[in-house]
Design a protein around this ligand. Structure first.
Ligand code: NAD
Length: 256
């Protein structure tokens, strides 16, 4: 049972991270939520989870674009049996126009943060004698698309680092895996629907089917609940020998 274990989920005041936190809380895991803001609404998310599921839930503000903040998040959490590296941002532009500050931010938040949190969390997992590192990569960790240079680079990097963490912990009861989702209807993707419809001069429904889900053969969004289910599976005993791998949940995208 995972009851009483502690999960730290980066970038979890919204979308996939929040959904994973809620699902883990449901099965008795204490959760640490995070984003770079420090608003009442952030802390209320944690209080609501604690009240609903009877677990310990805290919100700790830390900016995942900064290495010291990443490490401080884990130190402040005090325990980290399950580390979910989920914080991420996107920016879309051709390489020649891609702003350097966006490149730096995406590499830092989407990739380097997972290095820093893992460095801080692995000693805690070793001490506790059990651990799970789960990196939320993307189908873009396995395949590329034009105009997403920083995102594709960062997500491929995360898939690579996942394998290194798996090898460095191979003889211990610790596993490291990546989940590679296709498109999930979260605020990150919702933002792209009206702009895509406008750009292609088509309806929002067409923008979803023909553009956004163009590469996703199922023509259905992956759900946050499905991803949370994969996380729960990776934390189970059945997954104890699954390490260093990427689990694609992408409606067939990477089969192409
Ligand atoms: P989202 O925008 O809803 O969530 C991103 C989270 O990261 C938010 O909680 C945000 O506050 C946090 N965040 C952003 N910058 C941060 C920073 N500097 N420090 C700390 N936290 C920060 O998007 P989402 O779709 O839930 O994305 C979560 C993860 O899943 C990302 O890594 C994303 O790349 C990945 N992903 C999403 C999709 C999708 O279709 N939505 C597909 C594949 C992978």
């Amino acid at each position: 049972s995972l009851k009483g274990k502690t999960a730290v989920i980066t970038g979890s005041n919204s979308g996939i991270g929040l959904g994973i936190a809620q699902e883990l809380a449901k099965i008795g895991v204490n959760v640490v939520l995070n984003s770079f803001t420090d608003d009442d609404a952030d802390h209320k998310l944690a209080a609501d989870i604690a009240a609903e599921h009877g677990v310990e839930a805290r919100y700790i503000s830390a900016d995942m674009s900064k290495g010291d903040d990443c490490r401080a998040l884990i130190e402040k959490a005090g325990a980290c049996d399950i580390l979910i590296n989920n914080a991420g941002i996107q920016h879309v532009a051709p390489i020649q126009d891609f702003p350097t500050d966006k490149w730096d931010a995406i590499i830092a938040i989407n990739m380097s943060s997972a290095f820093h949190t893992s460095a801080a969390a692995l000693p805690m997992m070793r001490k506790a004698g059990w651990g799970r590192v789960i990196n939320i990569a993307s189908a873009h960790g396995l395949r590329a698309s034009p105009f997403k240079s920083a995102y594709v680079t960062a997500k491929h990097g995360v898939v690579g680092m996942t394998k290194v963490v798996a090898l460095e912990t191979a003889k211990e009861p610790i596993t490291a895996n990546a989940i590679c989702p296709g498109y999930v209807l979260t605020p990150m993707v919702e933002k792209q629907i009206p702009s895509t419809a406008k750009e292609y001069n088509i309806s929002e429904d067409e923008a979803i089917e023909k553009v956004i889900l163009a590469k996703q053969p199922s023509k259905e969004f992956v759900t946050v609940e499905q991803l949370a289910g994969i996380v729960t599976f990776l934390c189970s005993d059945a997954a104890a020998q699954i390490t260093g791998t990427s689990i694609a949940a992408d409606g067939g995208w990477t089969s192409q």
